[in-house]
Design a protein around this ligand. Sequence first.
Ligand code: CAA
Length: 240
Amino acid sequence: MARLALVTGGTRGIGEAICLALRKEGYRVIANYGGNDEAAKAFSDRTGIETRKFDVSNYAEVEQGIAAIVQEHGPIDILVNNAGITRDTTIHKMTPEQWQAVIDTNLTSCFNLSRCVINTMRERGFGRIVNIGSINGQAGQYGQVNYAAAKSGIHGFTKALAQEGAAKGITVNAIAPGYIATDMVRAVPANVLEKIVARIPVGRLGEAEEIARGVVFLVADEAGFITGSTLSINGGQHMY
Ligand code: CAA
C-alpha cells in the first residue's frame, strides 16, 4: 500500500500545495487543519483529500487525532509539520498571548506531532519528518520576535531529532521558505512587502508549489541519506 502522509495546516497555502504534490507522487494524504472549517470543506470538495480537524498546539488533541487516523488508515509514514501562524508586532507592543500563541502553534506543535508518530516509525524502521521553518528563523525579522524564535527553534529541533531517528530509518529535515505568495504574506502591509520583494534576487514572491517540490524531494524513499538538513527556498534572499 502507498505510504501515508499527514500534513498539518494542510488545507490552505503552502500546506495545500504540499498535499497536492504528495498525492501526485502517489502517496495517501491526510490534511490536518485547526479552525477554518469553510476553507477545509472547500479544500476537500476541490481535491477529494480527507481532512482532520485538531489543534496542533494541544497535545491531548493531537494524540487523539493521530490515534483516529492510525486506526482508520494505518501508521503514518510521512509527517509534514507545516501549520503556522503570525502575530507580528514589535516586542514593546507584543502581549504574552501573542508570544505564546506563536510558540505553541509553530514550535510546540512539532513536538506534539512528532512525539505521537515517532514510536510507530521506530518500530517499523521507516519515517520521514519535514518541518517547515522560515527564512525569518534563520535571519530574524523586524516585528517577529515570536515567529523568528519559534522558527529558529524548529531548525534546532530538526537537527536533534535527526540524530535520534537516524539509526531507525527516520529522516528529519527542514525547509526554510522565503516569502511565498500566501495569505500569510499578503497580510504584510503593502509598503513593507514591497521593500521585502525588492530584496529578493529572483525578483518575485515564491509560489507554494516551489516549497512543495522540496518536500517531495525530502520524503522520497530514496532520500534516506538526507537527514538533519535545512533546504532554503527563498529566491536567493538569504544564503545560509
Ligand atoms: N527594519 C528597521 N525598521 C523598520 C523595519 C525593518 N525591517 N520595518 C519597519 N521599520 C520601522 C519603520 O520604518 C517605522 O519607523 P519610523 O516610525 O521611524 O518611520 C517603524 O519601524 C514602524 O513601522 P510600521 O509603520 O510598519 O509599524 P507598525 O507598528 O504599524 O507595524 C510591523 C510594525 C507589524 C512589524 C510591520 O512593519 C510588519 O508587519 N512588518 C512585516 C513583518 C514581516 O515581514 N512579517 C512576515 C510575515 S510572512 C511570514 O512570516 C512567512 C515567512 O516565514 C517568511
